[in-house]
Design a protein around this ligand. Sequence first.
Ligand SMILES: [Zn+2]
Length: 366
Amino acid sequence: MKTGIVFHELYLWHHTGNHADYVPYGFPVEPLHHSESPDTKRRIKNLMEVSGLYEKLFQIKPRKATKEEILMFHTENHFEHIKSLNKSISVNAGISAPTGIGSFDIALLSTGGVIEAIDSVVDGKVDNAYALVRPPGHHAMPDKAMGFCIFGNAAIAGKYALKNKDLSKIAFVDWDVHHGNGTQAAFYEDPNALTISIHQDRNFPTNSGLMEENGEGKGSGYNINIPLPPGSGVGAYESAFDRVIIPALEVYKPELIIIPSGFDGGAGDPIGRQMLTSEGFRSLTKKMMAVAEDVCNGRILMTHEGGYSAATVPFFAHAVIETMAQENLGIEDPFQKIIGNLGQQELQPHQDKLIKEAESLIKNIK
Ligand SMILES: [Zn+2]
C-alpha cells in the first residue's frame, strides 16, 4: 500500500495559550496549558519516526489554502476576522477557539495540507492518506471558529473534491468523540455528500449531533448521527460500524471516504468518556479499508481532529496509520492490556438499543 502523510513543523507552532484545559485562566483558575496542545501531534510523528513507519510513508507537501478555497465553506467575514488576528497574542477567535501569532497562516497550511492530500488520493499518487494537520477543523462553522477549530479542513476538502476532482458522491465518517457539526453544516442540504458522525452523546457542541438531525431539502436522509452513550467501548463502536456505517456506505457508494479522525474516543481522554483502544482503532480502520475497497477503490483520506491524552494518542494513531499502510512495525502499545480489559468493553444493552435505532436511518439513503 502506498500511504501518504501530510505534516509540517509549523502545525506545532499554532499557539493556544495558557488555559486550564479549555477554560481561560484568571483567578481562581491558575494558568496551565490548553487541551489542544502540540504534544499529541508531535508525539504521533515522533513514534512513527522511531518505529520506522514514517519513512515508509509518501510525504505529501502541504501548501496554504487560497482564500477562494476557504470561501467554498466559510463566509468572507470569517476569513477576514481570522486574518485580522494573525498578529495578536492569545485571543479567542470564536467559540472556544484560541489563536496566537501566525495562527491564520498555520490554519491555511492545515486546510491546504488536506486539499493536497485529496489531490494525491484522487489522482492515484497514493492509495490512501493521513493528514496529520493542526489546527483541527470539524467544529468550525461557516461564519465562526469553534471548538479549537479555525477553518473546516475536512468540509473544505470535500467541497474541493466535488468541485475540482470530478466526483459526484463523497462520504464522511467522523469518529472523533465530539460531533462533527461543521462538516454536517457544510453538506446538510447536499445529497452529494453522506455525512456520518459517531460521537459521545451531547458532549460538544452541547445538544448537537442528535439522531434526529438527518439533513434537509435535497440532503434529507444524507446525514447520520450515532450519539453513543458515554462509556461505550470497542464492542459498541464495532457494532455501530458493522450495523450502520458500513451498510450505509454500501448503499450510498461514495467515490471517496473522508474520515475526520479524532483519538479522543480513546480510554482516558481528558475530554471524552469512551473506551477505545489501539486495537479498537485498528479494527475500525480495517473495516473502513474493506468497505472502501468495495465501493471506492480503497480511497480513504483521514484528517486529524482531536485526541488529548499525550501518552496514549500516539499509540492509537500509530495503529491506524500502520494499518492503512498495511505495515507492522512490531510496536506494542503498553496501554492496550490495561484499557483493553476495562469492564464493559463489549456491547451493552443500552448501546445496542441506540444502534438499533440508528439502523433505521439507512433506508433514507438512495
Ligand atoms: Zn474531539
